[in-house]
Design a protein. Sequence first.
Length: 486
Amino acid sequence: MIQGCGSDVGKSVLVAGLCRLFTNRGITVRPFKSQNMSNNAAVTAGGGEIGRAQALQARACRIAPTVDMNPVLLKPQSDVGAQLIVRGKMSGNFDASSHGRDKRALLEVAVESYRRLAQEADLMIVEGAGSPAETNLRKYDIANMGFAQVLGLPVVLVGDINRGHVIASLVGAHAVLDAADRALIRGFIVNKFRGNPRLFDDGVRKVIEHTGWPSIGVVPWLRAASRLPSEDGVQLEDINAPRRPGVRAKVVVPQLSRIANFDDFDPLREEPEIELVFVPPGRPLPRDTALIVIPGTKSTIADMEFVRSQGWDVDILSHVRHGGRVLGICGGYQMLGRSISDPNGIEGPPRTVPGLGLLDVETVMTGDKTLREVAGVLAAHAAFAGYEMHVGHTTGRGAARPFLRFNDGSSDGAVSADGRIAGCYVHGLFGVTEARAALVAAIGAAPSLDDHNSRVDAALDDIATELEQCLDIATLAAIAGLKAWD
């Protein structure tokens, strides 16, 4: 089990890299995370949802993701509450006051899922959440030591040197953990080192002296990780594509307060003639923009109000008046319509709010959730594949001009009469070369035609190669109980 000294220390990437490394050695590997908290989710073939990090880790193992890989998922809807997903399906809400509640029922679910996966694997690689040193949460923990203790999992603790105070983080964790939890830790990794790792030899010795834990290695700053799908909102700070020579079109994404599945836009960062800009709160949307994309959100009505509070509605309408294009995805599509109604309080208090009025459709939130993989063609006849993950139904005269047509003959979304405004429920459009090429060409840029999926696989292989060079893989294999390793 890979645990960390905090959130965003690189656990997810390390697990993905190790999954690919051991898979490349011919070992059957399965990833697992008992409890995740993220609005970036993936749809499994069976119509469930899990954290995107576990979907990426499954890909690293060269297998399809399943709901057992992330049996408990919390999707924040507000500052004080989250939607609870259990084995891929909605199971009510989880408010902040319940964070310290008895989670034995959820722990049982997680253990059952783990054991089911373990039956088909030579090696399970488990990702923790946050930090085990948050001992105030230890009593009902199911994500770190609480889970590790039930199954007797050996733990490797990861510290992030890029943040600083990595010695204090590792030694501090040793100091605050109780003896039983401390005994599960078999070694530590220092992650995200910039420069010559030998310069930190004295630091490694200090950690060993204070903890008695062996060092598994110092991992350099993994540049290939920037080619992987973004896992959560922490990475939005650095997601903007650098300005490059030859840029022909700017694509702007307003950073909604409950933004979800923003990795939809990762393939655009690779387009040589596209500048991708995520605009944080407090800043206006740029005027020199070819396309504004309103992304998915975990709470459409709340984020519709957030858009207005930022003045982005004014910016979007001005952009349209000056001939600009707008694309709405999932919750962003709902915002493009005339109104959004939540009569049953699915996302919060029952209410109806006006949308942007750019498409002749209306949305009503419902208790059922659509989760499915889809494929078909865009209005421009380009092939696409993706997935739906939403509550609510959108109808109206605008839907008579659908943006997408599915292979089963049904359709989704709407397009304005002049073709400049479009919306749909499908995520993942930019990940398919043909669809991305059509969307990029529509805003005056020449598409690259590179395959995004091949780039991700190459990045996983590059990370696996780097980990093989900087980590003591033989010791890791021994900790994991693998019988033979050369």
